[in-house]
Design a protein around this ligand. Structure first.
Ligand SMILES: [Zn+2]
Length: 388
């Protein structure tokens, strides 16, 4: 059982607003209280006290779309998965959905079994299948030979293999079987995400009406916004039922595209994701993304064959810092995009996603420059706190 902790003097981002000189009291694995004041409040006498004046306290980050990190991948062994999870945890991601990439159905169902065990152990929040039901026209870093149409029976196979831990499936909804697959996913409480798609505006509207609620990395791997053919981007941005994923690494999106999405969808409908691959939190070099070879140069991952961008090397603490210091977004909007919105999408907002009494003690400590100085997960320090 983690010791009780009191963190005082911080700028605390609460659902109700930013509190200066705020306090968070942690009892075991949960948040016991939040508010103002420098004392120890209702904390037990033996609580550890931390003066974190001059720092921000924000909720732990929630990543909906992540393929790996620390040189390891969610397509690998249980040890690989844990390496990647711990790498991202050290960067503030206290909740993470493990994403697969297109592969043989046999490989995917086997991997789903392995990932579902790690979900049962509480290491990951579930599984996101990106592919194989995607468009060959927008395949990005997925093997063309392994792509297939979204047959609901095959989608069902993946859900069964994940034993209740499938959280999201990215699919090209315009392909044969696409809309039926969306309906199947919605019936099972699994997020149907429109992505790696060549759909028209009208086809995308149909997919949303059928139950799709997420745009997989909006702008990337889909037709551009055209004035006569607005395509998926317009449909996904305008519909209140849809949350749009954005990769805020300065590579996948122009700053103006990010601002356009934020402006149009509003902060409550944006989720920042990493779409990270193995090199995140690691370094440049040669890696694998599923079955494909990737070369990482200056932190940018590209397929060795074809030169397509192949995931990112982003961590969510960097996405946070960039959103505030480069994009100029309000801190509270960034917290929504990194924590509250993805937590709500996953149906976990009763436990995580904001700093509120009764929720898991998942906190990120940032200095005035928004550099990560500490990560508390379920009441235990995973990083730091590095104060002073
Ligand atoms: Zn991805």
């Amino acid at each position: 059982m983690a010791a009780s902790k009191v963190l005082t003097g911080a700028r605390v981002v609460l659902p109700t607003g930013i509190v200066d000189g705020g306090r968070v009291i942690v009892d075991g694995t949960r948040i016991a209280d939040t508010g103002t004041g420098t004392g120890t409040g209702t904390a037990p006498a033996d609580a550890e006290t931390y003066d974190v004046s001059g720092h921000w306290l924000v909720p732990g980050f929630v990543d909906l779309h992540n393929h790996g990190g620390g040189g390891a991948s969610f397509s690998g062994s249980a040890d690989d998965v844990l390496t990647a999870v711990r790498t991202h945890r050290a960067h503030g991601t206290t909740t993470l959905v493990a994403s697969t990439v297109t592969d043989d159905m046999d490989v995917l169902t086997r991997q789903a079994g392995l990932l579902s065990e790690l979900a049962e152990q509480g290491e990951i929040a579930g599984v996101h299948f990106e592919g194989p039901f995607i468009s060959p026209c927008r395949k990005g870093a997925h093997s063309e030979a392994l792509l297939r149409h979204p047959d609901p029976a095959e989608v069902r196979k993946l859900l069964d293999a994940a034993r209740g831990h499938a959280k999201m499936v990215t699919l090209a909804t315009e392909l044969p079987g696409g809309l039926d697959s969306v309906r199947l996913l919605a019936e099972h409480g699994v997020i149907a995400a429109v992505g790696h798609t060549d759909a028209t505006y009208e086809q995308t509207v149909e997919a949303i009406d059928a139950g799709a609620t997420v745009a997989t990395h909006l702008f990337n791997a889909m037709p551009a916004l055209g004035h006569r053919a607005p395509g998926p981007i317009a449909a996904l941005l305008e519909d209140e039922r849809v949350t749009v994923e954005l990769i805020n690494d300065g590579v996948h999106l122009h700053q103006a595209a990010l601002e356009l999405a934020f402006h149009h969808a509003g902060a409550a409908r944006v989720a920042f994701i990493t779409d990270a691959m193995d090199a995140a939190g690691s370094g440049d070099g040669r890696y694998l993304l599923g079955p494909l070879e990737v070369e990482v140069t200056d932190g940018v991952a590209r397929l060795v064959e074809g030169d397509s961008i192949a995931g990112s090397t982003l961590t969510l603490d960097r996405a946070f810092k960039r959103a505030v210091t480069v994009d100029g977004l309000p801190v509270q909007d960034v917290v929504a995009a990194l924590s509250a919105n993805p937590a709500r999408l996953l149906g976990l907002d009763d436990r995580i996603g904001s700093l509120e009494a009764g929720k898991d003690a998942d906190l990120v400590l940032l200095d005035e420059e928004f550099t990560l100085k500490g990560v508390l997960r379920r009441g235990e320090w995973v990083v730091g706190p590095h104060l002073g």
